[in-house]
Design a protein around this ligand. Structure first.
Ligand code: NDP
Ligand code: MG
Length: 382
């Protein structure tokens, strides 16, 4: 029976995780649920799942939850201290890392240092501190399983491992997002509402905007380099609008191995929750004979410059990926607040990268300093 800490329980990955667990609740113990400020949803989740701990990252929200749960057995904790505490509890063996953005880094890293089985949705943690994170996983014998559908597909195509012999290439598929067919002129005028209306997936706002700019794919290229210990030259991105083939690997002999399925996050979540065995995800079967054609096309790199910014940051190394990630978070938040236009997102990221000195990413302090400085630089630019 897995003893679970669910970081980011109130988000869309949180919803999908709980939906999979609800199919076979007897196989899981819910030790901890965490959120940021959404007290109403957390109260409902605590009533349903009776976790031993509930953590609100925001102190005021924690106080409110504490009031509402004062007659329950759930212990309410707050802040980063609370997140780190539940991610490293001896009674937890599996940590679902589904906080969005850089806020997820420290608790996920703590879980790695505590040798947990980490189900990684929070790709930003790996993008901003790949080397340190992977080192913590290796030194502490943690297990890292990718939740991102593309990486989960690659992991499956490599036979449930993160390293494959005679690998030639990893091919990450991308739906192309809601603006795949727009002209550059049209892209200047798109709204946050349009950016968040993804054609194939229901996701949080930040990753929805990332999918629309293709920065999500850029972050995923970096994530794949770290997860599968490979250089970015071996990672290719291809547009596949139907989101049925979740990614592929090519081997030296010309074999391509792909993973297919419904575009539904419950599939990779179920796979990782019970790896190496399989669980019922609750997702309906793909009907191959009723499916539309599966098509592929090249990325339009002029309209979606974020992808190449990510490749370049990985090549540059040091703190460049930390800066890329931080500038992107600030630019996406500003776009959602209507402070900048859609096509200014890559501009803010590029300018932030060019204004900051690249530093060696030697330790966590260097990463956090680069993150803070990049946020200040991007904010000033906006
Ligand atoms: P959501 O925005 O739906 O949920 C984010 C979760 O993180 C919520 O529980 C939120 O709490 C919590 N949170 C937000 N800010 C903080 C903070 N400062 N401190 C602590 N907790 C915080 O995001 P998603 O579920 O869509 O995505 C989560 C992660 O998974 C992201 O890294 C994303 O890239 C990745 N991912 C998501 C996929 C998807 O299909 N959604 C697919 C692949 C990867 P509250 O509700 O209280 O704000
Ligand atoms: Mg993905």
């Amino acid at each position: 029976m897995a003893k679970l800490c669910l970081l980011g329980a109130t988000g869309t990955i949180g919803d999908n995780t709980l939906a999979v667990i609800a199919q076979q609740p007897e196989q899981f113990t819910m030790v901890a649920l965490t959120a940021h400020r959404n007290v109403d949803k957390m109260q409902r989740l605590c009533a349903q799942w009776s976790p031993r701990y509930a953590v609100m990252a925001d102190d005021d929200a924690a106080e409110q939850l504490q009031q509402r749960l004062k007659h329950s057995d759930t212990r309410v904790l707050s802040g980063l201290g609370g997140l780190n505490y539940v991610a490293t509890l001896a009674e937890v063996d599996t940590v679902m890392a589904a906080i969005v953005g850089a806020a997820g880094l420290l608790p996920t890293l703590m879980a790695a240092k505590a040798g947990k089985r980490i189900l990684l949705a929070n790709k930003e943690a790996l993008v901003m501190s790949g080397q340190i994170f992977m080192q913590a996983v290796q030194e502490n014998h943690a297990t890292l399983l990718p939740i991102d559908s593309e990486h989960n597909a690659v992991f499956q195509a490599m036979g449930g491992q993160n390293q494959a012999r005679d690998l030639k290439k990893i091919i990450l598929t991308a739906s192309g997002g809601p603006f795949r067919q727009k002209t550059k002129d049209e892209l200047h005028h798109v709204t946050p509402e349009q950016a968040c209306a993804h054609p194939n997936w229901v996701m949080g706002k930040k990753i929805s905007v990332d999918s629309a700019t293709l920065m999500n794919k850029g972050l995923e290229v970096i994530e794949a380099c770290w997860l599968f210990n490979t250089d970015s030259d071996k990672i290719e991105v291809v547009i596949h609008p139907q989101s049925i083939i979740h990614s592929l690997v090519e081997y030296a002999d010309g074999s391509f191995i792909a993973q297919l399925g419904q575009p539904d996050m419950r599939v990779p979540i179920a796979y990782s929750l019970n790896w190496p065995k399989r669980l019922n995800s609750g997702v309906k079967s793909l009907n191959l004979t009723q499916m539309n054609a599966l098509t592929f096309e090249a990325v339009n790199r002029q309209n979606f410059p974020c992808l190449d910014l990510a490749y370049a940051a990985f090549k540059q190394g040091g703190t460049a990926c930390t800066v890329l990630n931080a500038a992107n978070e600030i630019a996406v938040a500003a776009f959602l607040n209507r402070q900048i236009k859609f096509m200014q997102i890559p501009h803010v990221i590029e300018q932030t990268l060019s204004r900051m000195d690249n530093q060696p990413a030697l330790n966590l302090q260097a990463i956090l300093a680069a993150d803070t400085q990049a946020r200040a630089t991007a904010t000033a630019l906006i």
